[in-house]
Design a binder for this molecule. Structure first.
Ligand code: B16
Ligand code: MG
Length: 217
């Protein structure tokens, strides 16, 4: 039975993808090319470094190590300006309902995110206190679909991976959960997240009975 729950951040708890997009687009434009919303889809769940590599590929730009490092910093500084203005109104629908339900039942909750900014974001939207463990881009050496981020989360919660469930919005994240032998729940387009064990467009479509069922079987 499921005894712990692990949440991805961007696309599951908050929609920070739109801020990542604006910051990457600004950099692309400065470098003289366009970066579309469709292309931004490729960036979901992917590390900052890998995102910049893909972006430069799109623009056909070869960068020196110095340029590369400077653009990483620049993108993050722009992104942080958006984060600075975030508040609880940006929490995705019914996320607090699910978190409160799990808390009431004394179920351990972890965050498993590729972002190095996960902690400040949770603080901004006032959800930090719900999490018994936070594993983010500062803790991992291998990116999703590698299971590392979720396996560290399970270990921190002291729960066996098979007893953990992961909520994810990115294909690589669902694969990471599956690779960790955890139950994977796709939040978003079921056609895109077809490898997930269960699918919901968002948390408003997932009943608490569904969670209760997983916890008791
Ligand atoms: P940062 P998640 C991921 O968050 C985002 O989906 C991805 O677009 C971003 O590049 C990555 O975090 C790194 O973020 O630049 O803040 O370290 O979905 O794994 O919560
Ligand atoms: Mg995500």
């Amino acid at each position: 039975s499921t005894s712990a729950f692990i949440f991805d951040l961007d696309g599951v708890i908050v929609d920070t993808a739109k801020y990542h997009y604006l910051a990457w687009k600004k950099l692309a434009n400065e470098l003289g090319f366009e970066f579309t919303k469709e292309q931004n889809e490729l960036f979901k769940g992917v590390s900052r470094k890998r995102c910049l590599e893909i972006l430069l590929d799109i623009g056909g730009i070869t960068a020196s190590q110095e340029d590369f490092d400077r653009w990483m910093v620049e993108k993050n500084e722009d992104y942080l300006e958006y984060i600075e203005k975030m508040d609880a109104s940006e929490i995705l629908p019914d996320v607090p309902k699910v978190l409160n339900f799990l808390k009431q039942k004394n179920i351990p909750i972890a965050l498993g995110s590729a972002s190095k900014n996960a902690r400040p974001i949770l603080e901004k939207v006032n959800l930090l206190s719900y999490f018994d463990a936070i594993v983010d881009g500062n803790d991992v050496t291998k990116a999703k679909p590698d299971p590392e981020v979720f396996l560290i989360a399970a270990r921190k919660l002291n729960v066996a991976p098979e007893k953990c469930l992961v909520f994810e919005d990115a294909v690589a994240g669902i694969q990471a959960a599956n690779n960790a032998n955890m139950i994977s729940v796709g939040i978003g387009d079921a056609l895109v997240l077809s490898e997930a064990d269960h699918n919901f467009n968002d948390f408003t479509e997932m009943s608490l009975d569904f969670l209760e069922g997983l916890m008791s079987t």
